[in-house]
Design a binder for this molecule. Structure first.
Ligand code: AMP
Length: 390
């Protein structure tokens, strides 16, 4: 059964056409620089040789969606529906839902919690409905997996009337990825996994504590700014810093928002790049800022692994995933080194292996199993679509 998965951003639109039974991908790509000069569609398809680039004008998302459908149509594969990744599901999406006027309205209603993403996503869903009314659409929110974490984990210690009025709570993000990481870990370990700490370490980064498939806590909060240090996001800091920057530093609300989301994190620490590859290379060449950026990222990750272990009241498995978690043997080693006091260790040779498969990199006698689990959010979204529309 084939499904088209769409992940729309404010100026980009990623897509993938895949078979949920065989996991075969028939077409995938990205429409980039939508509404900006120099737009193009980069893609691969089962009916084209290698990577393709269409240098086309993409003035809006509607034009991008039309190109995606041309590419998908050329594969000759039918599909049962379209799965849309939605960053913020708010209080309406404890699970994935078929698109109706009502559910699409909810995506817009909660958009103030993720304005850069939700409005574009809602627009693209509406475009798909108008262009192809015969095809069903499904909303898969990144927050769903976290919605039913225990109240002690999601509630903020702010006045009740305020949090009720403004729907303030921990929503988390990367839920679809954490859900996949649990599934893949369970497939790999069977009955040997019960208490997993899932580490999605990419340019955005979050952890989840998962017990027998149920999410117990996660490190992102009301928005994806909380928790770990990220590529350009500061992660957890004293909340009073926000007020202090405005009162004493003279920064506006928008300045602080931009600073914390786009100018902080690894970029600010290293003073050269948000990309961990650049940072690792510079650290090797003696750059002290970069060495400290790696140290801080690893320290915070290890600290938050322990927080998630507490949410699980135990930990038998740690899984590393996403860009840094899957590819940086060095960062994995730095994180695990910090947990040596509790008997966690990895095997350096196994850690150095590169592969697209789930792999066990635990050291002999490690108190906790350590895995690398390549994430696959598109597959998880496609599974939901198959279940709801198949
Ligand atoms: P993602 O958001 O999951 O695409 O992850 C992006 C992050 O993964 C960036 O910080 C990249 O630098 C990082 N990354 C990708 N490949 C590697 C690698 N081989 N070594 C270190 N970091 C990597």
């Amino acid at each position: 059964m084939n499904v088209l998965v769409i992940n729309a951003g404010s100026s980009s639109l990623k897509f993938q056409l895949l078979d949920v039974d065989t996991r075969e991908v028939y077409a995938k790509g990205n429409c980039e620089r939508i509404g900006i000069d120099g737009s193009f569609v980069g893609y691969e398809s089962c009916v084209a040789d290698g990577k393709q680039t269409l240098e086309v004008d993409l003035p809006d998302h509607k034009t991008a969606v039309k190109h995606v459908f041309d590419i998908v149509k050329a594969t000759g594969k039918d599909f049962v529906g379209i799965g849309h990744r939605v960053v913020q599901g708010g209080w309406y999406f404890p699970e994935s839902k078929v698109v109706t006027d009502e559910s699409l309205g909810w995506v817009r209603e909660v958009a103030p919690l993720a304005p850069l993403h939700n409005y574009a996503e809602a627009d693209v869903i509406q475009i798909c409905r108008e262009l192809f009314p015969e095809i069903g659409n499904v909303i898969v929110a990144d927050t769903s997996f976290h919605y039913n974490i225990p109240e002690r984990a999601w509630r903020y210690a702010l006045p009740r009337d305020v949090v009720d009025k403004l729907h303030i709570r921990k929503y988390g993000a990367h839920g679809t990825s954490h859900r996949y990481i649990w599934r893949a870990t369970k497939e790999f370990l069977g009955d040997d996994v019960h208490k997993l700490v899932s580490c999605h370490l990419g340019s955005g980064a979050s952890l989840a504590g998962i017990t027998d498939g149920k999410d117990m806590d996660t490190t992102m909060g009301l928005t994806p700014l909380d928790g770990l240090i990220m590529g350009t996001r500061c992660g957890t800091i004293d909340p009073a810093t926000v007020v202090y920057l405005q009162r004493e530093g003279g920064y506006s609300v928008d300045d602080v928002d931009t600073m914390m989301n786009k100018q902080s994190g690894l970029l600010a620490l290293s003073a050269i790049s948000s990309d961990s590859r650049d940072i690792e290379q510079a650290a090797d060449n003696g750059d002290e800022f970069c060495a400290m950026a790696i140290e801080m990222f690893a320290y915070r990750t290890a600290q938050l692994i322990m927080e998630m272990a507490q949410a699980n009241e135990g930990m038998d498995t740690i899984a590393f995933s996403a860009g840094i978690g899957e590819n940086s043997a060095r960062m994995r080693a730095e994180v695990i080194k910090k947990l040596a006091w509790m008997g966690v260790c990895i095997d350096d040779e196994k850690n150095a292996v590169r592969s697209d498969e789930v792999r066990d990199i635990s050291g002999a006698n490690s108190s906790v199993r350590v895995l690398v689990v390549p994430t696959n959010e598109e597959y998880m979204i496609a599974l939901d679509v198959a279940e709801l529309l198949g």
